[in-house]
Design a protein around this ligand. Structure first.
Ligand SMILES: *[C@@H]1O[C@H](CO)[C@@H](O)[C@H](O)[C@H]1NC(C)=O
Ligand SMILES: *[C@@H]1O[C@H](CO)[C@@H](O)[C@H](O)[C@H]1NC(C)=O
Ligand SMILES: *[C@@H]1O[C@H](CO)[C@@H](O)[C@H](O)[C@H]1NC(C)=O
Ligand SMILES: *[C@@H]1O[C@H](CO)[C@@H](O)[C@H](O)[C@H]1NC(C)=O
Ligand SMILES: *[C@@H]1O[C@H](CO)[C@@H](O)[C@H](O)[C@H]1NC(C)=O
Length: 328
């Protein structure tokens, strides 16, 4: 607990002035629109998949147990980074787009668990069957946004083509049974993290190009990779148990508390006693405690460039990068 407070202050001190002088950051924003995958989905997948999947793990306990006391379709025990960011700006939780009948006047969330940057057609062409047949790629999500826009504003200005944010793809041969030498000192698979860093370098140069092309738009870069490395490197500072940084809170045993049968959300898998002491919730996704710490590091720095609170005017486009934990 003490450690948590220390960290928050460390993060806050250099940014206290801009945060305070911004006064009411909410007033500079009118809405939040979110795109992405399970790191940001607040309930779209469970609605999209309901007609096809009789049993959806994310719609079962212990998902949601920490904050909502029930599953909400978020792939964690509580809130996501997006929830903490919305809260910091005085917005309600950003409603999932597929929950029809919601008030989207302050924003909508288009993110879907398992969403890919590339279209489903690409995976079909390449005979890649590990991607479930749900049509929810980034371009589909942008299409949903286009569909929603007339109900939000009827201006003909600002019509735009979709900028191809992520037009770089690398397909890596995956080692299913890695050797000891494939891991780094934190227990992470080096090859995957090399790929993540390579992706992020490309993304950052794309973002710089976008900033040059749209000088009146504020475009921030928020980083998942570095805060997660920080959690693994110095877990105690963030209140995490240093002997179980890579062990999932929810699972059914095994070295990483991960088994394919059953996974978290299925009968036979259980949550741990204290999710706030864990980084990983279900081996793929993080705990609310981890998402809260990431949100702090994005709002105040140092893991967003620029820190989100300092952007408190006009528009913010977030991009994300993910760290790759040890293979389970
Ligand atoms: C995918 O599978 C089909 C049918 O088996 C085959 O004709 C096609 O060449 C395959 N495509 C690739 C990219 O391997
Ligand atoms: C996915 O949805 C988009 C937009 O609705 C559509 O154009 C596309 O054909 C769909 N793709 C597949 C594989 O169903
Ligand atoms: C925009 O126009 C559509 C169709 O005419 C209408 O249904 C919608 O309510 C309008 N939206 C706003 C924000 O005025
Ligand atoms: C992606 O980039 C390549 C090379 O810059 C270009 O040829 C291609 O048309 C782009 N694809 C899309 C979907 O924008
Ligand atoms: C940390 O995790 C280890 C292994 O799961 C456990 O034995 C220990 O009791 C935990 N420590 C605390 C302070 O919770």
């Amino acid at each position: 607990m003490k450690n948590n407070i220390t960290v928050l202050l460390l993060f806050l001190v250099p940014y206290l002035l801009p945060a305070i002088s911004g006064i009411h950051p909410h007033k500079h924003f009118t809405s939040i629109f979110s795109f992405g995958n399970s790191y940001a989905d607040t309930g779209n997948f469970i609605r999209l998949a309901a007609p096809f999947m009789p049993f959806i793990p994310f719609n079962n306990t212990p998902y949601g147990e920490t904050f909502f006391n029930q599953p909400t379709g978020r792939a964690t025990d509580g809130r996501l980074v997006l929830d903490f960011i919305a809260d910091a700006f005085g917005f309600p939780f950003v409603p999932p787009y597929l929950a029809k009948g919601q008030d989207f006047s302050q924003g909508a969330n288009f993110a879907v668990i398992g969403a890919t940057a590339l279209d489903l057609a690409f995976f079909r062409q390449e005979n890649i069957t590990t991607v479930p047949p749900f049509n929810r790629s980034l371009s589909v999500q942008l299409g949903w946004f286009e569909d929603l826009k007339p109900s939000l504003c009827n201006t003909t200005q600002g019509k735009r083509k979709h900028t191809p944010f992520l037009n770089d793809t690398v397909i890596l041969g995956l080692a299913v049974y890695p050797e000891r030498s494939d891991y780094d000192h934190l227990g992470c698979l080096k090859k995957y993290n090399d790929l993540a860093r390579y992706h992020d370098d490309l993304l950052q140069s794309k973002i710089q190009a976008l900033r040059n092309n749209y000088p009146y738009t504020k475009i921030g870069f928020a980083d998942y990779y570095s805060p997660i490395r920080a959690f693994l490197r110095t877990p105690a500072i963030f209140g995490f148990n240093s002997s179980s940084t890579l062990v999932a809170c929810c699972g059914a045993g095994g070295r990483y508390n991960y088994n394919v049968t059953p996974e978290c959300g299925y009968p036979g898998a259980t949550g741990c006693a204290d999710p706030s002491s864990r980084v990983y919730w279900d081996s793929v996704h993080l705990t609310e405690a981890a998402y809260r710490a990431i949100a702090d590091s994005w709002l105040h720095g140092p893991f967003a460039e620029p820190p989100i609170l300092s952007l408190a005017q006009h528009c913010f486009v977030s991009s994300w990068k993910e760290s790759v934990p040890a293979a389970a």
